[in-house]
Design a binder for this molecule. Structure first.
Ligand code: NDP
Length: 277
């Protein structure tokens, strides 16, 4: 029997997940279907109940339901607990297992696809929303020399730094700051995990942070050369990347979790990449 999966969100028509998982299923010979599940706000639990009753096996979860999925789950991974948000569910009888693969997908894209290491590096993370939160534990596992989390609302950056300390970060290894504090600091890798690029905006990051930077990474994808990437390019950064690899890698993690086989992501990344110009 064909196993059923879906991505739930609102809006959801723009989602690339059916294409991605369809390509993975074909490449790995898995008998599964993967559909879009557009659900009204407030309708998350009812929609998931119905999907499970119809023998659904698992789901990806996207905005605005990542917190609803967290509440709905019966078991949450450490990553999901730390992120406070869930982007993948697996249904096993009465159990609802919850995961957050965004951060591991990001790290895998950087270390495996882009062949850049975070170990021993000075890393700047712009933003302290859901994506930054999800990246925190996977980043720490890479043992950066310094991780600076910078956010417009300073308290959220400080909160993430405090979580990192509780997770075993060395004193001073992870710091929260505001944009004004970045003057005079330089970083080996800079991530834009703000949502500014979705509106064509630039977070107020000084170009000087890129002085010795080997990689500028924009988590948004499909936007071409965003204002953040343009700033980095003009500052001399040679390697620019957007979040298409992160998208493919988090999907591959979910696929492996559900199906027990990890698909190769190269064809998906090639299909979805847009030029950074
Ligand atoms: P959230 O809404 O949870 O967080 C948004 C963050 O952006 C906050 O830290 C907010 O700061 C900051 N921000 C928004 N506008 C500005 C601005 N103009 N200047 C400075 N800071 C700003 O969003 P997510 O964390 O879910 O998403 C962040 C980005 O990551 C998006 O671009 C999203 O598309 C991308 N993403 C990519 C994925 C992938 O697979 N490639 C997966 C998930 C996300 P404040 O707290 O002060 O409001």
């Amino acid at each position: 029997m064909t196993d059923r999966y879906a991505v739930i969100g609102n809006p959801i028509q723009q989602s690339k997940s059916p294409l991605i998982h369809g390509m993975f299923a074909q490449a790995t010979g898995q008998d599964m279907e993967y559909t879009l599940l557009e659900t009204p706000l407030g309708g998350f639990a009812g929609a998931v109940d119905a999907f499970r009753a119809a023998a659904g096996k698992g789901m990806n979860v996207t905005a605005p339901f990542k917190l609803d999925a967290f509440a709905y789950a019966t078991e949450r991974s450490e990553r999901a607990q730390l992120a406070g948000a869930v982007n993948a569910l697996k249904f096993e009888g009465a159990q609802v297992l919850a995961e957050n693969f965004d951060g591991v997908g990001l790290v895998r894209d950087v270390t495996h696809n882009l062949q850049r290491q975070l170990k021993g590096r000075r890393v700047l993370l712009l933003g302290a929303g859901g994506a930054a939160r999800g990246a925190l534990l996977p980043f720490l596992a890479q043992q950066p020399d310094r991780l600076v989390i910078c956010n417009r609302s300073l308290e959220k950056a400080l909160e993430l730094a405090a979580i990192a300390a509780k997770q075993g970060a060395a004193p001073g290894q992870v710091l929260g700051c505001s944009y004004a504090d970045l003057d005079g600091q330089t970083f080996d890798v800079v991530f834009n995990a703000t949502s500014a690029s979705l509106r064509g905006e630039l977070p107020p990051v000084p170009a000087t942070v890129f002085a010795n930077c080997g990689l500028a990474y924009e988590l948004a994808y499909g936007k071409g050369l965003t204002p953040f990437l343009r700033l980095a390019q003009n500052a001399g950064v040679k390697r620019l990347a957007d979040g298409v690899g992160m998208l493919a890698e988090q999907a591959a993690e979910a696929f492996a979790w559900w199906r027990g086989v990890r698909p190769d992501t190269r064809a998906v990344i090639a299909r979805l990449s847009v030029a950074l110009v």
